[in-house]
Design a protein around this ligand. Sequence first.
Ligand code: SF4
Ligand code: SF4
Length: 278
Amino acid sequence: MCEFCVRHGDGRKWYLEAKNYAEDLLSDVRRRRFIADFLGQADHLGRQSKQLERLDSAPAFVRRAVGAFITRRMKVEHFGQVVPLEDIEEIFRFVNSIVRVPCICRHINLGREVGYCYGVSLGGGSFADILGEQDSSYLGAPDTSAFEKLGREEALAAFAEHEKEGLCHTVWTFMTPFIGGVCNCDRSDCLAMKATVIHDVKAMFRAEYVAAVDRDACKGCRACMRVCQFGALAYSAADKKAFVDHRACYGCGICRSACGHNAIALTPRSESPVANLW
Ligand code: SF4
Ligand code: SF4
């Protein structure tokens, strides 16, 4: 299990613990201020992303030191974990409020508003309420009319569509351990996934799972390889089968959805040879 499961989940999956979505955490005034500032600071996040790109050309010891500093800070403020669809379903069973909002990362990278992010809470309050009471704005604009309150089934259907698009589901803290957001990421547009996978600055944990290919069921069509965001699937020409590099696998389960032959399953990371790789 990841360190958040130990510290915030009593040894269970921390993101399935209702206490980490609870109203008493959300009612903390400092946390509400942090959320309001975070949601309004697209320009600042865009600048930080550019700085990370420049870090790639720095000497290795500088990259390591700066990367470790950023990761330490993010674990306190805003850190994520990859979560497969079945665990998203569990989360949606106990939260009381699901609000779809335009994704900050796509706003920064593409200049477009795309509803790939979802604010969640147990208390029924939404991001719009927090922005209103803090006299703040979303993405630097006062307009929150694009916020959509969704029912559980609607949200689940939306996530199934995101899964078909090849997007990887993630949970996000707003001052850890409070989980306030569930997102749908890819490494071309998600700043945190880019930081983690491309710039080697960890902003999210891998899932509590890894993928496994059933060699008897695999037909070697390679559909799974096309959707993996992490380059974790390869192909044996001699065998005509796909195989998973567990050191690269984030356990998102997107390959499983793409396989038309039911040849991929998710298995617990704790039982794999990469049990300690997060
Ligand atoms: S999509 Fe399924 S059948 Fe096709 S190569 Fe991947 S595991 Fe094998
Ligand atoms: S191999 Fe499958 S489960 Fe692992 S990272 Fe790639 S798409 Fe996700």
